[in-house]
Write a protein that binds this ligand. Sequence first.
Ligand code: PRP
Length: 552
Amino acid sequence: MGKNNKITPSGSGDIIFEQCEAQYELTEKLRTIFTDRGYREVRTPGIEFYDVFASRADYIPPESVYKLSDWKGRMLTVRPDSTIPIARLVSTKLKGHALPIRLYYAQRVYRQSEALRGQSAEMMQMGVERIGDATFESDTEILAMAMEALKAASSAPARIEIGHVGIYNLLMTQLHADEDEKSKIHRLIAAKNYAGLGDVLERFGDSRTAEILRKLPALFGTTDALSEAERITEGYDPALTKILDYLKRLLSELKNMGFSESVMLDFGVVNQAEYYSSLVFRGYMESTGMPVLSGGRYDDLLSDFGETLPATGFALNIDLISAATLKAQKEKTDQNAASISLDSGKVRIALTKGRLEEDFVKILETAGYDCSVVRDKGRKLLISIPGTNIELFLAKAPDVITYVEHGVCDIGIVGKDTIVEHGGTYYEILDLGIGVCKFALAVPKGTDFYEAYGSRVIASKYPNVAASYFESKGMDVDIIKIEGSVELAPLLHLADGIVDIVETGTTLRENGLEVIEDIRRISARLIVNVSSMKLKKAAIEEISRRIGEVIR
Ligand code: PRP
């Protein structure tokens, strides 16, 4: 008997009683919405040939797919997505079926990710696909159904954000950027990293394309964002005007259908390595921290399977929605005074304890917030800022990222060092200009790091940063993770050098080490949960505007 016989793998788990009931209730509601509109159910196998998902490498990151082999040694995969196998099914067994084909599914998908990040490897998905129709009406039908599904799923405020990948794609064809710059720009727009984007685009001067790209990530909202998008792109390219006209028409149609409160546009949407070709949308619900619905138009996917049929669809994350519903119910009945209310009117800021704390509190004070309670906090980790809806939480830097990614905090104040080491999905909207220091490679004074034979050993609190730095130099080094006082490692001959933060340089000097290469500048950033940015837009923008005015 194996020692793992009583546990489940990271990212998976048992679903018990009320969780099953909540999921059942939700899927039944959705089933009614879908079948009432003439959608019929299909199911694709849990195990498919790997080739089904590998027609284009960028659809699904290969490392996230569970792989196994059949008795002939052919590679199989546990279903990582529902739309791709449905494209296979429609192109084969449903070939010749009357168009449009309206179908829905309720099935589990499986993707692996780095352990201990709180992400599920298994997800119950329920979604629809409308295949064989490229009309405006097919988009509005799908979007209206997505709105209805989201409303049925949540009693709390929910919102759908609509974008178009064509905007970014078109602008990038006009920008004479190399591949490295293109991938940086893609990443920075996706992260709404205004400061970083400005730096990368500096080389392109004040060209019209660079000017529009610079403004793209901040362009989200409703009619205001649309008017601003129209203003800055006026006369730029008829293809771009056509996309904006389409989004305008879509917004007005959805308003006519009574969804005006719950729709917003985001012009800074970029293709997230998926199969969407034009319209893309995501649904957000309070207290889930990440999108609970995603969809869009994928007119080219079926051609991978030999059919040329336009299509559009969306899927909901049933586990996430039903867990949020149960959490909300539990909170209503929970009398535990120690637990923190999930009151949606609050804006929660996770602030990195220690070095950044004092400087950020100064920024808040200059921005007009009364922080006397923070200064007299004692050992308290949760502080409400008087006269505001802001709650401040003090946490260790990597935990700030975790709280923001999971949406339990809306905003995080954290160093770029932790951001580059930990990665994650959130918006990085302000460079606060505090906690300024650098990543550097340092060695014992007088030693020649590059001269000696044999492999080099590097100690670091930031093993990912160190690894990618040496990878970029094409140098094969061994990296040892050290938790603190990393300068000790070369002194004790555990390592030849260190990759670490250098602020004043005192620690290095006093321990006989010297910097031989600067790796990158570091400063504190204001990060925002993706879902909060859409659901608490006004409150978050007010805080970032006030802070932005102080740090400028
Ligand atoms: C950081 C860093 C260096 C030191 C650099 O450590 O890892 O050791 O600060 O600062 P300086 O250039 O101003 O001397 P930290 O104080 O966070 O402690 P730790 O090493 O125990 O994590």
